[in-house]
Design a protein around this ligand. Sequence first.
Ligand SMILES: [Zn+2]
Length: 497
Amino acid sequence: MSENNPREHVIMMMLDTLMDEPLQRALEEESLPAFQFFMEKANHYYPDVVAPFPTMSVNVESTFITGHYSDQHHIPALAWFNQKEQRIINYGTHVIEQMKLGLSRCVYDTFYRLNNEHLNPNVTTIYEDLYQEGKTAASVNALVYRGPVENELKLPRLLRLFVPLDRTIPTKGPSHFVYGKFSKMSPWTKYSHVWNKYGFNNHFSIQEFTYFVEQDMIPHFSIVYLPDHDKRVHKHGRMDLKGIKQMDEQLQQLLNAFSSWEEALERNIWILMGDNGQATVGENKEQALVDLRRLLEPWKITKLRKGVQPDDQIVLGMNLRSCFVYSLHPDVLPLDEIAKKLQSDARIEVIAWKEQEWIHVISGDKQGTLRFKENGNVKDVYEQMWTIEGDTTVLDLNVNGSKLSFGEYPDALKRLHSCLHSHDGDYVVCATKPGHEFIGESTPHHENGASHGGFHNDDSLIPLLVAGTESQPPFLRIVDLKTWILQLTRELKERSE
Ligand SMILES: [Zn+2]
């Protein structure tokens, strides 16, 4: 058995919407004892790890826990169109949107189908792999958590007044499974009321993990997800420092649960990371928000409440700064026609669709066309091979002989390729430039704030801090972290009982 780290556990703090630039500024301008401590003790700090596209939490989490992009894990984004069932799946962008789609179905999609049906059963999660190796694991408040252990979500009475669902929903999670009030481990009830979003908040996540520390039951690997900062950045913009300060206070609380901060570091490997970034959305609503219903006129778009009607032509899967535009009848309304229409708006920076093995890319902002496919003579910085034809400036690619690196769109080819192979259907995926966001029927919007879901560096790059090991991930992408963390857990010291 390999064993060369004197530490016993790997603890990963997933800090929603943590970005390098505001973190650096906060470290200069604010008092952040916990972040300061981790920064000083860090073996590695990377400002720019690549998140998958679309940059939405469920896709990011699925990519992390499976170690694959969405072409393998099959969770395309927060909102997508299920061709087989002819309906839009929405794991929770906006409660009004969900009400229109049918609240109980949305709740069931999020609580049950996301983990137990949609997440591809043919790929394993980090929790399943750890279990195979005889190791324990915790998921605290992550949305995607599929594991080997039978569990159940308990639905509170108040919620059941609105959604006709059973009192419990069976599900499978890791050995230590916390999912808000619906599955908790501590006996404490604070921070889990309806007005606390049933426990999906930073305080509750910290409280539950503190319980593991106090009970001396930290598993080999834990993800502790702190969701709150996302909303602050949406509202106050990329450089919001207050949310970072709040997370620092919560990290202090967690460190204080150990007999000392030094001990917390001596017994554990710590990984602190974001999940996705956010790009600025401009002040002027008219200019900042790209209304797809107007842009796609006169085509008939499916209404959320009505569902697909016989004469509908288009369905929208809205993911803030990106969108899936589905053609219901591609023989009559082909994808390149939809793409051309999208191209007429200069605020849309990337428009891509699949045609057999080729991915076609155009832009509303740049001239030229580009197409690419897997395999070929060009090798990118992640050692993936491609055939590329056309104008490489469309995706800001730097081709140097047979070598390829990326500019504004990190891991551009694999991220587009996987996104366009993530689910069945005929669709174009598009993303707006920083400064903008898509809107459709009752989607949330964040003018004079920030948003994500897009393809750009601003949405896609997150910081990663590692303390307690010299080991480094093979590439700086979220998709590459699972294998690395499994390796870290194999090197841990056996816990003395
Ligand atoms: Zn968000």
